[in-house]
Design a protein around this ligand. Structure first.
Ligand SMILES: [Zn+2]
Length: 391
């Protein structure tokens, strides 16, 4: 073997040793039978999971896949085990990676959400509705006059579905800032979809505007869900677990709060706390990028402050895509004036010129309309409202 080849091998070995073991889910989505007529869709690389409950009265689906290509895979999986239609979709949390697949199934399927989520959907702006109708090109004709709230059933504190001999309980744990997170509990089989407090091998996504709730509210949810002692836990993100993973997230949140409490009592200012805060003892968990927001959220909570309210300014840029990550979810563009802008595509982003974010490529010329939060940290990049890909 040549010396250079040996060197390369040695380097690879060193890199492999140095890289933290990522205990994330596999490179392809999986579909696993977890109880009689109950299946877990496990998103690839910690993408959003889903739960599928097959009854003689049709399929109940909990969450809808990370983005359109994944939702189509989820649909194929469902079709591989039943010819029954999806009748109900339960939304466990109002985030695009859980809600974005709704228009593939609904209507005719009804969407079940907490009242608070319905209120949010009723406030959608025209670009969001436009984007919703276009998520799946094969559905855009059928949805052209449909509004996202047209097939919604909402509930206030508790709802139980009795379908084809299966009991499906929807659990909401009230809290001032709970944005409408719902856990799904199947008492007969001990299966639970834990909604927003189901994080296994991923750092939770908590934000200072409390749009994803608070750590205080999550701890309340964990207490209620933990008491049910699920035998099989389908988290929002990560591999399947059981009740011990609810306890583990409880410990995680308590420890995170203690760290912030300690730094606050030392009189450290928030920017310093954000810089020092980490949960790196959770080795192999992905999304370290959530640390600054987690720190800031807990800091607000412990001081008894309400959600951060951030005015948003709209900006437009004509640019070329210079970097892409996570199938187009995060992109860096270089403007015609040479400025780098980090953007974040959401489920609400209205695309022109491509069908969805997975079609984006480095070198494409784009025009983006995006939101710049005033005086706040857009840690993950600016949210894009419209992205026109120029031919
Ligand atoms: Zn998610």
């Amino acid at each position: 073997m040549k010396r250079s080849a040996l060197l390369v091998l040695l380097l690879c070995a060193i890199i492999a040793l140095a890289a933290p073991a990522r205990a994330v889910t596999g490179e392809k989505a999986e579909f696993k039978k977890i109880a009689d007529g109950v299946y877990a869709f496990i998103g690839k690389l910690n993408d959003a999971n889903a739960l599928v409950i097959v009854t003689t009265e049709g399929v109940v689906l909990v969450d809808t896949g990370n983005n359109p290509p994944e939702t189509r895979i989820l649909q194929k999986f469902i079709q591989s085990v039943t010819s029954a239609p999806v009748r109900y979709i339960v939304i466990s949390q109002n985030h695009g990676d859980h809600t974005g697949g709704v228009p593939l199934f609904s209507p005719p399927a009804n969407v079940i959400v907490h009242d608070r989520v319905l209120k949010e959907w009723a406030k959608w702006k025209p670009f969001q509705i436009k984007s919703w109708r276009k998520h799946f090109p094969e559905r855009s004709e059928a949805l052209k006059d449909v509004n996202p709230t047209d097939s919604v059933l909402s509930f206030h504190d508790h709802m139980v579905l009795h379908l084809g001999g299966k009991t499906i309980e929807l659990i909401y744990v009230d809290d001032t800032y709970n944005p409408g997170d719902v856990a799904v509990w199947l008492p007969d089989s001990g299966v639970m979809h834990a909604g927003f407090v189901g994080y296994i091998t991923r750092h939770p996504d908590i934000r200072p505007d409390y749009s994803h709730g608070t750590t205080g509210g999550m701890l309340k949810q964990l207490e209620v869900l933990g008491a049910l002692k699920p035998k099989i836990l389908v988290p929002a993100h990560g591999p399947l677990g059981d009740v011990s993973d609810l306890y583990a997230l409880n410990d995680y949140l308590l420890s995170a709060r203690q760290k912030i409490r300690t730094m606050t009592s030392q009189g450290l200012p928030l920017p310093e706390i954000e810089k020092r805060f980490n949960m790196s003892e959770y080795k192999g968990w992905d999304r370290d990028s959530h640390f600054p927001w987690t720190a800031e959220t807990i800091y607000r909570e412990l001081r008894g402050e309400g959600p951060q309210i951030v005015p948003v300014a709209e900006r437009t840029v004509r640019a070329t895509i210079s970097k892409l990550a996570e199938e187009g979810r995060f992109l860096t563009v270089t403007s015609d004036a040479g400025e780098e802008v980090r953007l974040r595509v959401s489920t609400d982003t209205d695309f022109e010129g491509v069908s969805d974010r997975s079609r984006l490529q480095v070198g494409m010329k784009v025009k983006a309309l995006y939101q710049v939060p005033q005086g706040a940290n857009a840690a993950l990049g600016y949210d894009v409202e419209e992205l026109d890909v120029e031919p």
